[in-house]
Ligand binder design. Structure first.
Ligand code: PEP
Ligand code: MN
Length: 343
């Protein structure tokens, strides 16, 4: 249930409603919007009388959310969730580009690539230190050593950092280094893990599961929000279909659908979405045109020798071209992509 407080109602009224709900055994999520204070009531609200709530002092309205995902839904919060990390705005009118290698391979490699992507206008450095690999014999990532190199590279070139956490036991360690926690597609429904992310201190980048429906994806985000972490970004990264020519089938339709159903930012990852280097640029254009709040792109300066995902990694020059093309497209829909910078 959502309780909408009257505009400018005294704080004492808000506190009285919270206390009432607390005593009745509900969790209350308070969110302060531009105009109103909203209280999200979590628990079995079927036994809560709407009329009683509507009649309390300072309450403008009380209504039930029909969607199974509550805090994530537009019914709960009609305006877009916009948040800042450093000077980068997520979910607003900036199209934020995250770029970097699939895996951190050495100090030198992440430094070289960070410089290239920063120059082209990327705002966030991506790279994996803990890698979810299909084979246990493939490179599994550099672990904490990789995180150190990546943090240093991000700081040197004025970038934020995003990296994958694979397990709930890794959250604390990775949080020491990263600005954003990436949840990989294979982990979207690892419920003990995503529940723990509700208590994480950093925003969560929630990739769509390989065969997840929109509802399952939204419910995964609900796990994180209901634990108290409000900063979740969705990322469409392609799904498994009957087509095997491409690595995955990029679902561009997910972008406007999720934006309609949820107030949270929606990104797209055309690198994993299509898996073929020469198709990444057209899919990136399509995602930006469809309204994505940002992109995640794999870039490598020696993709033939990359430890993972070389075939879908762009050369730095191709990444520059991608940035200049999406700058034009973003403008058409009232968004902006950061300009190239001298670093
Ligand atoms: C990645 O970003 O390198 C990755 C493993 O992504 P996904 O979880 O989408 O496969
Ligand atoms: Mn990858």
């Amino acid at each position: 249930m959502v309780i909408l407080m009257e505009k400018n109602t005294p704080e004492v009224n808000v506190e009285r409603v919270i206390e009432y709900l607390d005593k009745a055994g509900y969790d209350v999520h308070r969110s302060t919007g531009v105009e109103h204070i909203l209280l999200g009531v979590i628990g079995d609200t079927a036994r809560l009388d709407i009329r009683t709530m509507q009649l309390m002092d300072g309450v403008a309205d009380a209504y039930r959310i029909t969607a199974p995902y509550k805090l994530v839904s537009r019914e709960f919060k009609s305006d877009d969730t916009i948040f800042k990390i450093g000077d980068v705005t997520f979910g607003g009118d900036e199209t934020v580009v995250m770029a970097g290698p699939c895996s951190i391979e050495s100090e030198d490699q992440i430094m070289r690539i960070a410089e290239k992507v920063a120059r082209a206008g990327a705002r966030v450095l991506r790279g994996g230190a803990f890698k979810p690999r299909t084979s246990p014999y493939s490179f599994q990532g550099m672990g904490e050593e990789g995180l150190k190199y990546m943090r240093a590279a991000a700081d040197k070139f004025g970038l934020l950092m995003i990296t994958e956490v694979m397990d709930k036991d890794q959250i604390e360690l990775v949080e020491e280094y990263t600005d954003i926690i990436q949840v990989g597609a294979r982990n979207m429904q690892n419920f003990t893990f995503i529940r723990a992310l509700g208590k994480a201190r950093k925003p969560v980048f929630l990739k769509r599961g390989i065969s997840a429906t929109y509802k399952e994806w939204l419910m995964a985000a609900e796990y994180i929000l209901s634990g108290g972490n409000r900063n979740v970004i969705f990322c469409e990264r392609g799904i498994r279909t009957f087509e095997s020519y491409t690595r995955n089938t990029m679902d561009i339709g997910a972008i406007p659908v999720i934006q309609k159903l949820s107030h949270l930012p929606v990104f797209a990852d055309p690198s994993h979405g299509i898996g073929l280097r020469d198709k990444v640029l057209p899919m990136a254009r399509a995602a930006v045109a469809a309204g994505a709040h940002g992109l995640m792109i794999e870039v490598h300066d020696d993709p033939d020798h990359a430890f993972s995902d070389g075939a879908q990694s762009l050369y730095p020059e191709q990444f520059e071209e991608l940035m200049s093309q999406i700058r034009v497209i973003a403008e058409v829909i009232g968004r902006k992509v950061a300009e190239p910078v001298a670093v």
